[in-house]
Design a protein around this ligand. Structure first.
Ligand SMILES: *Cc1c(COP(=O)(O)O)cnc(C)c1O
Length: 373
């Protein structure tokens, strides 16, 4: 495998680290010398600059993207037994956050061009128990937020945006994560803004939701040893916040480079659409940040194997529709079908995309896909 280009990786995070290493080292030294590891200026400074960067009024850092979803759901009042509508095709964490608080995931299929939830189907799934709608801005672009926010306004049901893959994306000029009532961002190292470990952030324009999130992530304590609610510990430490703040200064450039690489792939593979290749579509009004560059091909597993032989690594996000996961069978109505999600699980294939790919590597990937098809 990978005999022709042994050095072409699917993702290489060490390249990006070289760009920031000296600044990280000197900052980490300061923090560690002072042993000021929890809370403090580096945390508040990052929250302030991240809120501003994203375009939301408030940002509350937490321990992971999953915790941003869990605490975000709690902050908007979702409780055990409530229903939350979410797409049938995503990383498991979106549904996983709902089940973790003993709420019930209610799935809808996705739109075949955007890979985000189908808002027409959301309408049909609303019941008196629906207490939130959770779109997932998959692969780097937003769901149809105009239609969704209209529905939210009509029904009074709040929207929590799973923005784990889409920091910096926007929809009709509005920032991903800052359109609904609350947004959840992940800093898992492979995300567009990746930490030096796990991390996440809740963003919101609602002061009350931000206060709830602050309490939930710190034992429900507004003041030391005074408890306003039952909380957890989901603090993000000063080292992570300092690291992320250093990277944040580069994020615009890195996101633009991802989009530029995506543009090269699209331009040079466009003619293969006549052979059944499906390329990513940027939906109207969207700024796409290409967390992943996902194509669809019919004989996906053979194409993947041929690409591997040509030295082009690929990956599959995701190999199964969420409702088909056996650990979720208690929530699954077997009569319900999610045809688009199920077809995508069989046909999606992600090409390497990260800002530090070289032109030679990009050319190799394009040539490889052309040959493999
Ligand atoms: C990564 C991801 C999460 C979870 O984030 P973690 O930081 O890994 O907990 C949730 N939803 C989606 C869509 C993701 O891609």
């Amino acid at each position: 495998m990978n005999t022709q280009n042994p050095s072409l990786p699917f993702f290489d995070i060490t390249r990006q680290y070289k760009e920031i290493k000296s600044e990280v080292m000197s900052t980490f030294e300061k923090i560690l010398d002072a042993q000021a590891c929890i809370g403090g200026a580096y945390v508040t400074e990052f929250e302030k600059s991240a809120a501003q960067w994203v375009g939301a009024k408030h940002a509350v850092t937490v321990a992971s993207g999953m915790d941003a979803l869990i605490l975000g759901l709690k902050a908007i009042g979702v409780k055990a037994g409530d229903e939350v509508i979410t797409p049938a095709f995503s990383f498991f964490g979106s549904t996983g956050a709902i089940t973790w608080i003993n709420a019930k995931p209610v799935w809808v299929d996705i739109h075949k061009d955007s890979y985000c939830l189908n808002v027409d189907q959301v309408k049909k799934k609303i019941t008196s128990k629906t207490k939130a709608i959770m779109p997932v801005h998959l692969y780097g672009q937003c769901a149809d937020m105009d239609a969704l926010m209209k529905l939210s306004k009509e029904t009074g049901i709040p929207v929590i945006e799973d923005t784990a893959q889409s920091i910096g994306a926007s929809y009709k000029g509005k920032p991903a994560g800052g359109i609904g009532h609350v947004g959840a961002i992940s800093f898992y190292p492979t995300k567009n803004l990746g930490g030096a470990g796990d991390g996440g952030m809740i963003v919101t324009n609602d002061e009350l939701i931000s206060q709830q999130a602050m309490l939930l992530k710190n034992h429900g304590m507004p003041k030391r040893y005074t408890y306003a609610m039952l909380g957890s510990n989901s603090r993000l430490d000063a080292l992570q916040c300092a690291y992320l703040n250093i990277k944040l200064k580069h994020l615009k450039k890195w996101n633009e480079r991802r989009a530029e690489i995506a543009g090269q792939y699209i331009k040079n593979l466009k003619d293969l659409e006549s052979k059944g290749l499906v390329l990513p579509v940027t939906m109207e009004g969207n700024k796409h940040v290409f967390h992943q560059f996902v194509i669809r091909v019919k004989d996906r597993d053979q194409v993947k194997a041929r690409l591997a032989e040509l030295g082009v690594p690929t990956d599959i996000y995701y190999p199964q529709a969420i409702p088909d996961e056996s650990v979720l069978k208690e929530f699954r109505n077997p009569a319900e079908k999610f045809p688009v999600a199920e077809e995508c699980a069989q046909t999606v294939l992600a090409l390497p995309i990260f800002p530090e790919l070289t032109q030679k590597e990009i050319d190799t990937i394009i040539a490889g896909v052309r040959k493999a098809l």
